[in-house]
Design a protein around this ligand. Sequence first.
Ligand SMILES: NC(=O)c1ccc[n+]([C@@H]2O[C@H](COP(=O)([O-])OP(=O)(O)OC[C@H]3O[C@@H](n4cnc5c(N)ncnc54)[C@H](OP(=O)(O)O)[C@@H]3O)[C@@H](O)[C@H]2O)c1
Length: 352
Amino acid sequence: MRRALALARRGRPAASPNPFVGCVLVKGGRVVGEGWHARFGGPHAEPMALARAGKAARGATAYVNLEPCCHTKKKTPPCVPALVRAGVRRVVAGCLDPHPLVSGRGLRALRKAGIPATAGVLEEECERLNRPFFTLIRKGRPYVILKAAASLDGRIATACGDAKWITSPEARSEGHRLRARLDAILVGIETVLKDDPKLTAHGEGRDPLRVVLDTRLRIPPSARVLRDGGRTVVFTAREDLRGRGPRRGAAVVRRVRRTKAGLDLREVLGALGEMGVGTLLVEGGARVHTSFLEAGLVDEIWLFLAPKLIGGAAAPTFFEGRGARRMRDAIALGLTEVRRVGPDLLIRALLD
Ligand SMILES: NC(=O)c1ccc[n+]([C@@H]2O[C@H](COP(=O)([O-])OP(=O)(O)OC[C@H]3O[C@@H](n4cnc5c(N)ncnc54)[C@H](OP(=O)(O)O)[C@@H]3O)[C@@H](O)[C@H]2O)c1
């Protein structure tokens, strides 16, 4: 199963928003075929492993990190009949597929065909790898990671708005590698106006789709996010897009509703989902982080902490807003990782 997970990771990020899946066929203690889901809409891990094994697949045990699919409402043929036809002896899945059209049916169909099939090996690790896919299926929206670089006193800029740089080059490179693994990166218009970021992966891999929240369409055509690098989507509430759009620089402009807190984030996430975004990195600033957290739309936090104290009541922190009235109202997080990155600290945590 560990090998299946390692193969599955090869599909990151190109397979998104499909799940990351790896498959290993073992016979007589020997690996006779391997496969993984390499790109969105492309062939699944199981047929790739079966093709590589050829006749040797007969009598082999298939290890796959996600339950094999059995439904036909998708681009690729279902994997269960392929496994049955190939004559595998047994199927061991890491975890069940949360898709309502699968969810246990894949294993049942295998058993019905006389092939013993079980799930629950390295289950937690298998579910963790595909948390974005599980979120897409269960919540109908992309998986959202909030990332911030802060001083030990939680500031993400000085009171004058200077944020370059809070953390070390090592921490920033780690952030760029994270960008390369995700489908899109989102910031608020104030971050664009104050920092003029490029929001690319800085050569660490594939550049994510760049997303700006800009209610009044204040973004200047000279902004680097519209010029250097790949695609950009600017969300706005402006009605009079004629003459100003739909294209502005290299960007597509999309209109969404406005709410009290700013642009309607659920509509933004819905539109991004339709564009094939399965994973989204929210990278500031304070107002945008606060809106996402208050709306309960954050799945994971990556907080880089620099051993510095910025101070200043007017300096932004990465979560502001009204705040919790009592301790029991505070947002509870589950720590998943604490690690030193150069001179800084990276804290990763999950939200419910
Ligand atoms: N250290 C870090 O990790 C980091 C990362 C990024 C930024 N920063 C710093 O953060 C500061 C900027 O933060 P900020 O809080 O002033 O601005 P921001 O969060 O970058 O942008 C906020 C603006 O986005 C627009 N917006 C549209 N819909 C929104 C919604 N649903 N929720 C929130 N905002 C929405 C609003 O402007 P309109 O009404 O005009 O649309 C709002 O004023 C800068 O100093 C920057 O350097 C630090």
